[in-house]
Design a protein around this ligand. Structure first.
Ligand code: ZN
Ligand code: ZN
Length: 437
């Protein structure tokens, strides 16, 4: 029988040749495993339930065919979860807070291809399915699998109460059960507490400055907010040889760390007050003396004037859940920094928004907005394409080019999870990581 090209393409060589043999297996992928071999296993997790939260012993359910069981090694507490995790409002569904982690694969469902038992995996805040509209259009950090993944409990309490994972993955738990779309295998010996930061905060800041808007050598870069997200952006600026990395951060301890990892100047927004925008413009002044035919900026008149300003501003300020125990920023709602990022940036410059503002509105001068605009991006994870970018960042950490050590200022065992969340809320720590034995 002649071998048809169409059959070759659709059914494989063996099928086209007469179907005597099975189509060749794709190599390098995980072997099928029996599901449910860990069902009933007991483990500890920090659980938000009823009007409180506590460390509980749970009983694991069987995993599903496209799911992966990860024994967690580390999970960094994200500021975004603080309000919900410490709240005393009654919740209908018990769940494990947080949305990133890092660990070792201990079981895979029969249909899983991306990872194998024994792999080290980063489990980031957003999945990457590779086939949805956003994944296909360069914005894997907005992967639509996030909204379509079936939510079911991974475990139960002794009394049978079902336990879910926040955002489909949780993290503050000895075990995570996630669809394979949430897994990024990493082939490295780097410490787990450093790797887990690539799945959320620091990875997000790095992605914004390396992948969403790649920083060019010599650029004036502003980073608003030197929390773990902003610190990733500061390091992206250093790695890309930005001309300046100007950090704006009210907390002195964070300004000091920012200067250590790549900031060239760190400003206290409380000390600068209403003069902050003018200060930024003077720091980012046109160095040609207004010579428009020598690479200088063309200056218009009045409301159409082309302002001095940064080439790129990264906003990484989150609104406060409650007043911090350290220096309080000028606007707890985080609206002021969003307003200022427009004014900081030159016409045609870039702005990426990574911070979370929950309430309020931002307004811009209409003529500036319509005729002298800036390019805005917002990002679920700063444009992170996890399967492409996390392995790159791993190499840069291994070579000492990304400083992950300085990003972690406290580690906690799971029994002290509440204390870790409180410290993140108080902003007395930079990176707080729960580590597991
Ligand atoms: Zn987060
Ligand atoms: Zn997708």
């Amino acid at each position: 029988m002649p071998i048809s090209r169409r059959k070759m393409l659709t059914r494989g060589a063996a099928a086209a040749a007469g179907g005597m043999a099975l189509a060749p297996q794709v190599t390098g992928q995980a072997p099928a495993q029996l599901t449910g071999t860990n069902a009933g296993r007991r483990f500890k997790a920090f659980v938000r339930h009823g009007t409180g939260a506590s460390v509980e012993e749970l009983r694991l359910h069987a995993i599903q065919p496209r799911e992966v069981l990860v024994r967690t090694q580390a999970s960094a507490v994200c500021y975004t979860i603080v309000g919900g995790a410490l709240s005393t409002a009654n919740v209908a569904q018990a769940s494990i807070p947080n949305h990133s982690g890092m660990g070792i694969v201990e079981e895979v469902g029969a249909l899983v291809k991306r990872v194998q038992k024994g792999d080290r995996v980063v489990v980031p805040g957003t999945p990457q399915c590779g086939v949805c509209y956003q994944c296909l259009h360069g914005r894997a950090d907005w992967c639509q699998f996030l909204d379509t993944a079936p939510a079911h409990p991974l475990a139960e309490l002794a009394d049978g109460t079902p336990i879910f994972e926040q955002a489909g993955l949780g993290g503050l738990s000895e075990i995570m059960v996630v669809p394979e779309e949430y897994c990024c295998p990493v082939f490295t010996d780097l410490p787990a507490e450093q790797l887990t930061l690539l799945g959320d905060t620091v990875g997000t800041g790095l992605a914004a400055g390396r992948d969403l808007v790649p920083i060019e050598p010599g650029w004036n870069v502003i980073v608003q907010g030197a929390g773990p997200v902003g610190m990733g952006a500061v390091q992206a600026g250093r790695l890309a040889h930005a001309g300046q990395v100007i950090v704006i951060e009210p907390i002195r301890a964070r300004r000091e760390i920012a200067l250590k990892v790549g900031g060239t100047i760190a400003l206290d927004p409380n000390a600068e007050g209403n003069g902050l925008v003018a200060k930024i413009h003077s720091l980012c002044k046109d160095t040609t003396g207004g010579r428009r035919f020598a690479g200088g900026r063309i200056s218009g008149e009045g409301f159409l004037a082309v302002p001095d300003g940064a080439d790129f501003t990264i906003n990484a300020v989150g609104s406060d859940w409650f007043p911090p125990k350290v220096e309080v920023g000028p606007d707890p709602s985080a609206i002021l920094p969003l307003q200022q990022c427009f004014d900081f940036t030159r016409a045609g410059g870039h702005i990426v928004m990574l911070g979370v503002a929950w309430r309020g509105n931002v307004s811009f001068n209409a003529a500036q907005f319509s005729n002298r605009g800036r390019t805005f991006y917002s990002g679920q994870q700063g444009g992170l394409n996890m399967l492409r970018d996390i392995p790159r960042y791993v190499k840069l950490i291994e070579r000492g080019e990304i400083d992950m050590k300085s990003m972690i200022t406290a580690t906690y065992p799971i029994e002290r999870t509440r204390e870790a969340i409180q410290a993140v809320g108080d902003r007395t720590v930079l990176g707080a990581v729960i580590t597991f034995a």
